[in-house]
Write a protein that binds this ligand. Sequence first.
Ligand code: URA
Length: 239
Amino acid sequence: MRLDKYLSLCGKASRTETAKAVKGGEVLVNGTPAKRTDVQIDENADAVVFRGEPVIYRQYTWVMLHKPDGVVSATEDRLKGERTVLDLLPEELTRLRPPLFPCGRLDKHTTGLILLCNDGALSHKLLSPARHVDKAYAFTVKFSLSAQDISALETGVDIGGYVTAPCTMDVQAGGREGRIIIHEGKYHQIKLMMEAVHNQITSLSRLTFGPLSLDPALAPGEWRLLTDEEIGALSGAVR
Ligand code: URA
């Protein structure tokens, strides 16, 4: 592909910026300054350096973000003046093409593990209700959950005309906090499940998504790229 397309796909530079950098001799292809922006790049073989930094080509980019409280996980809420998960990423990632989007949603006040990617096909599979990708959450609730509540939640409760699939719970602190693993992902699912047993979520944090756990090194608001092994594990989970 053309050098300018390559640098744009890698989130390094727009076509105009590439033209400027090429003019200034700031783009090296296999150690030699590129003379034109339309020089052909073999993404599997050529070594490109942009303004002193090696450019890494990835067909798809996957990001793990520790979502903080108060940030929305949609992309379009930028228009409503809300801070979105994309606002937490550097320009190099937000200008990737195709663009990154959240792989599933967390409520504005839910914290924890959220993935962003630009791989529509794998994301679609991971979110498909038929694939049953597990998600574990830590929660606290307003009132103590009774043994009866826990049993009802684990068996399935009606959340507005839909009966939830069986889930697994581990409840402590006299019924006020615990972990829940769900195998589906309905909108506001855990909040609505707690409401179905006349309770209320007071905090919710996602710990795992399929085979991946939130990296403990990531503070709220921090992110990192997934490794190839982690992307492979996601693919394996829906194969
Ligand atoms: N269930 C909820 O109610 N909210 C979330 O953010 C995720 C799961």
